[in-house]
Design a binder for this molecule. Structure first.
Ligand SMILES: Nc1ncnc2c1ncn2[C@@H]1O[C@H](COP(=O)(O)OP(=O)(O)OP(=O)(O)O)[C@@H](O)[C@H]1O
Length: 231
């Protein structure tokens, strides 16, 4: 049984993410410290901040992989504690790419589609990601960048309502980074709300219209509003 949220946090389908006064302790440290966050449905946001700022932790909390120590939140109106409903709406591409190493790229994408009851053009997805030549090799034998391309191809193929991506540009060559920009824009164009944690503002601002800066577990007061056509 999920407890009702406070009156302040009304369920609304206009918001993909609503967090109020969220604290999260991991071990002895308070990693998130009283965070408030609103992300509107269809919005694209980049989360910036130095190493250890709490970006990955915040993405994992929004994906309901971690629970707040204090505070409350809703994802598309579902209480964060209602993990099943939250996970039906969210795709998290984290540091662990969630690939099956003994399956091939084709089999990984087939499996992902099957799990979500979806259909899609796997060959076209692999070709677009530039890894068609490795379609039948086991994932464990792919390079780090090829694995990242595969994970991005899966993300674009599934297009969940809320897409969370941790460091989409890491391990990629110049062409791969352009591919990541393009696939993330494709996900957003297909209606997904996007939150991208990155260390490359110049790239992430090509997919996000708003930047949030996380520092010491708090979102800095000044939110940097950026128009994508200005960058
Ligand atoms: N399982 C854990 N137990 C204890 N502390 C943790 C755990 N996971 C993360 N932390 C701590 O939480 C803080 C935030 O880590 P997080 O990985 O969220 O930062 P980040 O902003 O994503 O950093 P980076 O840019 O280096 O990836 C760090 O101080 C880290 O040591």
């Amino acid at each position: 049984m999920v407890a009702p949220l406070s009156a302040e946090l009304q369920a609304t389908d206009l918001h993909a993410v609503q967090l109020r006064a969220v604290w999260l302790r991991l071990g002895r440290d308070a990693v998130l410290r009283g965070l408030d966050l609103d992300v509107r449905a269809g919005e694209s946001v980049t989360l910036l901040g130095g190493n250890g700022a709490g970006k990955s932790t915040l993405l994992r909390l929004i994906a309901s992989a971690l629970s707040p120590t204090r505070g409350e939140g809703r994802i598309f109106g579902f209480d964060l504690r209602d993990r099943r409903s939250v996970r039906e709406h969210v795709h998290l591409l984290g540091h662990d790419l969630g690939l099956y190493p003994d399956l091939t790229p084709s089999e990984n994408l087939q499996f992902a589609l099957k799990m979500h009851g979806q259909q899609g053009d796997i060959r076209a997805a692999l070709e677009r990601a530039g890894i068609l030549r490795a379609a039948d090799r086991r994932v464990r034998f792919l390079s780090a960048g090829m694995k990242k391309r595969l994970a991005l191809a899966r993300l674009a193929l599934l297009a969940r309502p809320l897409t969370l991506v941790d460091e989409p540009f890491a391990n990629l060559d110049a062409e791969g980074r352009e591919l990541a920009v393009s696939l993330l824009n494709q996900a957003q164009a297909s209606g997904s709300t996007l939150i991208v944690a990155a260390h490359e503002p110049e790239l992430s601002l090509r997919v996000a219209a708003r930047a949030l800066v996380l520092s010491g577990g708090v979102l800095e007061a000044g939110l940097l509003e950026v128009r994508t056509d200005d960058v």
